[in-house]
Design a protein around this ligand. Structure first.
Ligand code: ADE
Length: 221
């Protein structure tokens, strides 16, 4: 998969996407990630990307010209262009799975008070990572890229692990234990030590359901 990111802060992407599974995906060629500076698409001496809102009001807006030029350069017919904005569709595992099917994603990261409204005509999706406002779209883009990358075929060691995890069956995941079987007086449930796989499956399904009812009843509705 190819992912391009358009941002005013390319340096923010150094680090978070250079470790762990995202690094492995990039090193192995499963993910081809390119971070592009929006200022590269300006033509004035000051590399201006923002301007005052018509009608007045606080703050500055991202002006349309550099973004249009960048998208026209970076996107083609197969590209899904995604704007990161707190007013977008709430990001979840379902959307991560949907995006993982795409050939090419182009993320537009907001900054200042946001985008000139006309930029919306360029995008297929507007995505929010939650009901809070961040200083710019770089962290949201990294969150989405991380969640999508681990779903790409060949990135997780064991393909089963992305099928059994939280949200995959509409519930939270069951609890896990590793050795030792007893630690500081806390024992691993006997059923997990029993070797009875049918019973273990049943216990895990029940655990997942109980935990979801207790912590996230909204998921069961
Ligand atoms: N930009 C600022 N806040 C954001 C959020 N919560 N989600 C996506 N983009 C954003």
């Amino acid at each position: 998969m190819k992912i391009d990111v358009l941002t005013l802060f390319p340096e923010m992407f150094v680090g978070p996407l250079d470790f762990s599974m995202v690094k492995r995906a990039r090193d192995s060629g499963i993910l081809n990630l390119r971070v592009v500076n929006l200022r590269d698409y300006t033509h004035d001496r000051h590399k201006t990307v923002d301007d005052k809102p018509f009608g007045g009001g606080p703050g500055m807006l991202l002006k349309p010209e550099p973004i249009f030029e960048a998208v026209e350069n970076l996107a083609n017919a197969t590209t899904r262009v995604i704007m990161l904005t707190p007013t977008g569709r709430k990001f979840d595992q379902q959307l991560a799975r949907e995006l993982a099917q795409q050939e090419h994603l182009l993320f537009l990261c907001g900054a200042y008070e946001g985008f000139d409204e006309r930029v919306r005509t360029l995008v297929q999706d507007e995505v929010s990572i939650g009901d809070y406002v961040l200083t710019n779209g770089a962290l949201p883009a990294m969150v989405v890229i991380d969640a999508v990358t681990r779903l790409l075929p060949g990135v997780l060691g064991d393909d089963q692990s992305s099928q059994d995890e939280s949200f995959s069956h509409g519930t939270l995941e069951y609890s896990h234990y590793t050795r030792p079987a007893e630690f500081r007086g806390m024992r691993v449930p006997d059923v997990l030590l029993s070797g009875n796989h049918a019973e273990i499956e049943k216990w895990r399904r029940e655990q997942a359901k109980l935990r979801t009812e207790e912590r996230r009843p909204d998921l069961l509705e």
